[in-house]
Design a protein around this ligand. Structure first.
Ligand code: PEP
Ligand code: MN
Length: 338
């Protein structure tokens, strides 16, 4: 349930509601909008039975039951877009953010070369995995902490914030030391221990949709992070598993407008994993921007033919620079910038 405070409700009235929520055994979550404050009442129980009690309190305008299982992630809780700060701009605002870089950090030289190239083309942030979730235990698993150090060096040289995956709850503090954004991979979207850990870390999170997860499951996974008061969460549509074989996954373009309608969190599209082939990445990126995505995450490798993971879907720096130009045109057509 959501308690909507009156415009101009006093701090005392707001704290009165908060105390009441706590006294009833629920957790209050504050959302301070431009006009009014909204208090989410979250917990396990039938909170609706207290609706009238809250409505009689000073400063309360009304209460709204939230019928979806996700609460803090819902548009009812927060009507305005959540703006996630990234490299001086706000993801979820007018400007499209572009996170680019290789699938994996493979060496110091490789990540530095990639970082300078994507920076040159106008990327907002650098991606690169140091801990890789690979289907085969015999495949390259990433450089671990050494990779994180190279990412930090790349950030120092280029000024680009770093987005990198964390797979182990125990390693969240270490990854936070090096990275600006913690990526939760598709395979870990429902790793609840990990979701709790990144929620508690109060670090920016990029949460990828599980390969066979519904949008509601994605929103529920986000709810875990939000429940710790960590609101810097971006969701990522990265393609879902279907019967189609000509692409690695099926890009669920529907997810972009549907999620934008249901949640205030920014939506990032990943055309690289969604298609699995570099030839389709530009078209899928254009479609994502046209559909309302707030950002893109794109795999770029200085030498895709030598990549230790996901070479097939990686753009060369030159192709990435062309993609940046083409999405600028699409962004303008939908009243955004890139
Ligand atoms: C990645 O970003 O390289 C990755 C492993 O993505 P996903 O978790 O979406 O498969
Ligand atoms: Mn990859």
């Amino acid at each position: 349930m959501i308690v909507v405070m009156k415009v101009g409700a006093t701090t005392k009235e707001i704290s009165g509601v908060i105390s009441r929520v706590k006294a009833l055994g629920y957790e209050p979550h504050l959302s301070e909008g431009e006009e009014r404050t909204i208090i989410g009442v979250v917990g396990n129980g039938n909170v609706r039975e207290y609706r009238e009690q809250f409505e009689l309190m000073d400063g309360v305008e009304r209460t709204v039951p939230v019928s979806h299982p996700y609460k803090l992630a819902s548009r009812e809780f927060r009507a305005a877009n959540t703006l996630v700060p990234l490299n001086g701009h706000k993801v979820g605002g007018k400007k499209i953010a572009v996170i680019a870089g290789p699938c994996s950090v493979e060496s110091r030289e490789q990540i530095l070369e990639a970082a300078h190239a994507v920076k040159e083309a106008g990327a907002t942030a650098l991606r690169g995995g140091a801990f890789k979730p690979r289907t085969s235990p015999y495949a390259f698993q990433g450089l671990g902490e050494e990779g994180l150090k190279y990412l930090a060096e790349a950030r120092e040289q280029t000024g680009l914030p770093v987005v990198t995956e964390v797979m182990d709850p125990a390693l969240v503090p270490m990854v936070c030391d090096y990275a600006d954004v913690l990526q939760i991979g598709a395979r870990n979207m429902q790793n609840y221990t990990l979701l709790h850990a990144v929620g508690k870390a109060q670090h920016t999170v990029l949460l990828k949709r599980g390969m066979s997860s519904t949008m509601e499951e994605l929103l529920m996974a986000a709810e875990y992070i939000l429940s710790h008061g960590n609101t810097r969460v971006m969701l990522c549509e990265r393609g879902i598993r279907t019967f189609e074989k000509y692409t690695r996954n099926t890009f669920d373009i529907n997810a972009i407008p549907v999620l934008k309608q249901r949640t205030h969190l920014p939506i990032i599209a990943d055309p690289s994993h969604a298609t699995g082939h570099w030839e389709y990445v530009e078209a899928a990126s254009q479609a994502a921007v046209a559909a309302g995505a707030d950002g893109l995450i794109i795999e770029v490798h200085p030498h895709p033919e030598e990549a230790l993971s996901d070479g097939m879907q990686s753009l060369t720096p030159e192709r990435f620079a062309n993609l940046m130009k083409s999405i600028k045109r699409i962004a303008e057509a939908v009243d955004r910038t890139a």
